[in-house]
Structure formats: C-alpha cells, structure tokens
Write a protein that binds this ligand. Structure first.
Ligand SMILES: [Zn+2]
Length: 374
C-alpha cells in the first residue's frame, strides 16, 4: 500500500459508516477500510496517525469563484481547494462560453484541486462585471450547449436571478437557462438575492435536482416570509426535489434565517461557501468554517459532513468517483479534528455567535497525494 491512515474515526456518510477504521490507499485509489490494526503498518510506504481525528471523503465545495485575473472576484483555486481540505471545487458562473477555453487552461489544468464548473448562461460570465444578465443578447445558448456536449468538466448551468444582475429582464434569463438545462440533461444552479424577480416566481420554474444557492440569506423576500413562515413556493419546491444550498458569500448567509428555517424543518441539502477574494478573510474564511457554523447551529457532525461530501457528489453526478471512501474510488480524503475550544463565528449580516467545538483540517489527500496542514 502507498498510504495507510491509522487510528482515526472514519466518517463516510455514503456508506453510513462512523467508527474506528483504518484506510488504505494505492495508486491514487482507495483500497479499502479495515478493522483497526488489521493491516500491518510495515506494509505501507507512508503512514498517518489519525488519532483523535475524523477521516472523511475529500470535501466538495459546490460554489466558489476561482477565475483569477479574469474576474474581480477570482481567487486562486488551490488556495480554497486542497490548501483548505477541499479536494473538489465547482466554480459557479465565473465563466460563460466566451472565456471557457481560458478557464480550462488557466484554472482547471493548472491546479491540484479538481476544478469543475457551473457555466454561466451569460456568455461573458462575470468577466465584464456583475450585471451579466442585463443584456439578453449576451446569452448564447447554442455556444454554451456545444461546450457542454464536449466538456464533462461542466456539471451544470449557473443563472444569477437578482435585481442587480437581470435589471429589467425579469425571469427571461432563467427561462432560457432552464430550456438549455432540460435539453442537455444538467441541473441549474440558481442564485437568489434581492427581488425582482420575486423568489416565488423563480422557485416555480425549478425542477428536482436544481440547486438554489444563497437559500438562507437574510435579505427581504427570502424563503422565510415576514410572519416567520416558509414561503409556500419554497415548500412546494422542496417537495418536488429542488435542493437548497448554503452559498455563504459576503452577503448571503444569515444565522437568523438558518435558525428559523431549521425550526420549520427546512435544512440545507449542501454546504458551500461562495468563497472569493473579498470574503476569504471574513465572513466566509473557508468551507470548514462554514461547516463549523452549521454545527454550531445544531446540525450533527454526520449531517455537516454528508452535506459537504456525499450530497454534493450526487448533485454533480459523480458519486461513483468522489464524496465517498468506497473501494476503488479516487483517494480524495480530508482528515480533521473537532477542537473543544470556543471560536467566534460571524455571518453575512455581521451577527456573531460562539462555536464550540470547531472543525480544523489536519491533512488533505488528493488522489493519494498527502498535504499536511499543521
Ligand atoms: Zn457566487
């Protein structure tokens, strides 16, 4: 074996496993999970002592912005990827069809982190500013379709449905994106924010498997109405199988909204950061910090790990490869510790809370290659 991870607690929601097991890796793949001590340490080239740690599938972040140098938001992919315990990141609409080839050569091919993308329905993506859907002539669904058919690195289509993005175009960009998504059989990731368009009208256009990011923002017109009830359209969308994603960002995650939603049994399906250069130094910091926030809001560690591994893998249609520690899958592994010390957490509304314990990444293993963080 190339690598043996010993003495840790394996937390793999894809197999409903949460107990002491050793993990073996060879040729960049998972060999298997073994009873503690069943494989002799001498049989492995490299050993990691994961005592007191959780050993999980490599984290997957469904919403990041990593088109560095081409967009004002863009941050270096590995910085928010393997350097933070995240083995797969999905850029959410930084590029559209126009700059896709540059994204491929400058980002996807240049980083150790696996970079996938939601391609922006606007051909210029976020490369010319953040009102990309205000001019419908910039939407080129035929060109986008051709790229989707050729490049499996594209896992879905991004459409940002808020006032400052669509200007006077209302629901039209979403209708165009939805038509293409149905044609190519991929999900949409829909950003929600300030109306118009009204959230209810947006949600009514979504189907099972589509992802609503920034679902728990604290702005007016969100999923929780002014009486503290869940919006009827949101309830219907959840019943149909529409997926609510965190997408924290600079202004899109509110402890208050999340607490109320949880009381109403509305939970995030996936945890993502919407991390970029303006929020990596707060309030977002990292995926593991975002996970700590959900943990501190009362979700279990198993739930938080599932929402950052197995579930995003399924959203991406890649659950046979990543988000799991099943035999023969890619050896993407995150080793983390629950630190029993308080940490101050801050949301996008500048509200603070104390988290205890908090999660801290110790090692990232990408396709069998080990990175030590502490
Ligand atoms: Zn974003």
């Amino acid at each position: 074996m190339d690598l043996l991870i010993q003495n840790g607690t394996v937390a793999d929601p894809s197999q409903r496993i949460f107990r002491s097991l050793d993990v073996g890796v060879k040729n960049g793949k998972i060999v298997g999970l073994f009873e503690p001590g069943a494989i002799s340490a001498e049989s492995a080239k490299v050993r990691i002592d994961a005592s007191g740690c959780l050993v999980t599938p490599g984290f997957i972040d469904l919403h990041v912005h990593v088109f560095e140098h081409r967009t004002e938001l863009g941050i270096h992919a590995d910085l928010v990827g393997v350097k933070q315990g995240v083995t797969t990141i999905v850029d959410a609409g930084s590029t559209g069809s126009r700059d896709f080839q540059s994204f491929l050569t400058e980002v996807v091919e240049k980083n150790q982190t696996q970079v996938l993308l939601w391609i922006n329905i606007a051909s210029q993506g976020l490369c010319d500013g953040r009102s990309e859907l205000s001019d419908l002539s910039m939407l080129k669904p035929d060109e986008t379709e051709a790229l989707i058919n050729q490049y499996p690195v594209i896992r879905g289509i991004k459409v940002r449905m808020s006032r400052s993005v669509v200007k006077g175009n209302g629901l039209q960009p979403l209708v165009i994106a939805k038509k293409l998504a149905q044609k190519v059989g991929l999900p949409l990731m829909v950003h929600i924010g300030n109306a118009p368009p009204r959230l209810g009208e947006i949600l009514d256009l979504l189907d099972a498997g589509d992802v609503v990011t920034h679902a728990f923002h604290g702005k007016e017109g969100g999923i929780v109405d002014e009486n503290g009830s869940i919006l009827p359209e949101a309830e219907r969308a959840l019943k149909r199988g529409v997926l609510f994603d965190v997408g924290h960002g600079s202004s899109s995650f509110s402890f208050r909204t999340m607490k109320r939603a949880k009381e109403l049994n509305v939970f995030p399906h996936t945890i993502s950061t919407d991390i970029y250069c303006e929020n990596i130094n707060g309030p977002v910091f990292s995926l593991v910090t975002t996970m700590t926030k959900l943990l501190s809001l009362g979700f279990t560690v198993e739930e938080v790990i599932e929402a950052s591994t197995w579930r995003p893998a399924k959203v991406l249609g890649l659950s046979n490869e990543i988000g799991t520690l099943k035999e023969q899958t890619i050896a993407d592994i995150t080793i983390l510790k629950m630190i029993p010390e308080p940490i101050t957490l801050i949301d996008s509304e500048n509200e603070k809370m104390v988290g205890n314990p908090h999660l801290l990444v110790q090692y990232t293993i990408k396709a069998g290659k080990v990175l030590k963080h502490v």
